[in-house]
Design a protein around this ligand. Sequence first.
Ligand code: GCU
Length: 607
Amino acid sequence: MTKTLLLVISILCFCSVFAQEKLMTNAFNREATSLNGYWNYIVDPYENGFYNYRYEPFENQKNPVNGAFFTNSKRKDKSDLIEYDFDKMDSLKVPGDWNSQKEKLFYYEGTLWYKKSFDYNKSNDTNRVFLYFGGSNYKTDVYFNGKKLGQHIGGFTPFQFEITELLKPKQNFVIIKVDNKRIKEGVPTLNTDWWNYGGLTRDIKLIETAETFINDYSIHLNQKNNQQIEGEISLNGSNKINSQVTVEIPELGIKKKFKTDDSGTCKFNFITNRIEYWSPNSPKLYDVILSTNEDRITDNIGFRTIETKGPDILLNGENIFLKGISIHEENPINGGRSNSYEDAEQLLKWAKSLGCNYVRLAHYPHNEYMVRMADKMGILVWEEIPVYWTISWENENTYLNAQNQISEVIDRDKNRASVIIWSMANETPTSNLRTNFLTKLAKFTRNKDKTRLISAALEQQNYNDDPNTRTIADPFADVVDILSFNQYIGWYDGGIEKCKTINWKITHNKPVMISEFGAGAKYGLNGDKDDRWTEEYQEFLYQETLKMIDKIEQLRGVSPWILVDFKSPRRVLPEIQDNFNRKGLISEKGEKKKAFFVLKNYYESKN
Ligand code: GCU
């Protein structure tokens, strides 16, 4: 078989992984039966429950043998040979990563199987039922009542499978193989500076819909006319064509009817001059009700415009400075992945107490509670996909993986007013392959969502080999709407005194954002301001850096690294790091370091 044919086949297989059903918009507010709770699990580093001893996948067998874990086989006869039993195994809490739940799984990277059984009676025979996942890290194979539903790749975006045909009133069982092994051609790739939390990290639920239901919609302001609300609604089911859809916004006195076309979709727009625009100072959300003869769904949507004009960022037509902070999706107090409204509220309240009107959710899409809470609290959001450091730019599957991740997060968050920026990548090395990859991704994103800005966390360089003059000499800088870069002058790049010597030569007529800067400090470790790891060093670095970046004329925002100390297997310095990246302004125990107040004062000065 020729190399090309092999490549084509692998891409086709890969595409099939991403060609799942159209993600359900606003599954968040859909009536649902939660499958959260304790799931039995089997740790399977050799993937013994997936492959036979010839390393052939059991799922490819016409009649998979009992040894296939997804058959959930039980000993029926005393002569039966079955070497596993989910129901006698320990359990893990879902949602939750396995690393922070079990000491023995703290460093585990590999395959782990989950099993959950349940009874289910549909409220109407013609209804359909979907198994919906908020997210699972990294490669997830899903089986229902012994049948393969499909696979999802990517640890931070939602996916679903329809189970209507396979569902029984009694004793259904879901079996899920989750594999968080890091792979070179993955997104992210092998090395990152965060803990590779594995497992069913987000909510799982059963969503029952009418036979024909409202599958997908986007509703927003026309970004060029802030009195025009526009959008698109798609139905899924046998009655999707030529079907009436009603859009209601009671508070605005709006109730409009539209008809779907031959593809089951209707596009709409209408004028209203009574909108209270969503902004950090007044995060106004409207109840929006969409209904058809068979289905009805409600959402809470804010209306705002966001654009750039030369070096300015305009929110609802007014200049705004993005007073931000970077955040990892980690529950500071309990450890492990955050995955609830409470976690989101904790993290965003800390950001608010810093004086932030903006957060950078790094380096991957966080759970939906974060963006829903940001909508409520009035915090603008940068969302990013984990195209992080040096991924396999030449690999078409890697590209499709990245594209699918941005596509899924857009499908999830396109109706969230708080989300204003899609970031394509973080600290990626410039090359033609890389720039083509990111440019293609940006083009895809712009096509899919015209109501948000594009950026990426780039790196800065010396201007004409002059180490005291810094610039952005990155071809991708011409593609983005907001020119963002990370800089660590005073930490990885010399000492703090260097900040005074730096000038900037940034020629782009675009808003500039410092997406990262920072220094490590252990809470409670005190000393001189040139003594690394002390709070005084971090404090002084913040003071000097803020002065240094204020020299950039186009500066319109900053999101220092990082709100809270977070776990990383790259940080092993004893008594200081102990598996934590210590660049947080708040320790993992919630203690505010001195630099916290430097940034707070700086943001007050920006009011
Ligand atoms: C990088 C990177 C972060 C990392 C940080 C650090 O810039 O983007 O993911 O944690 O620097 O080194 O602390």
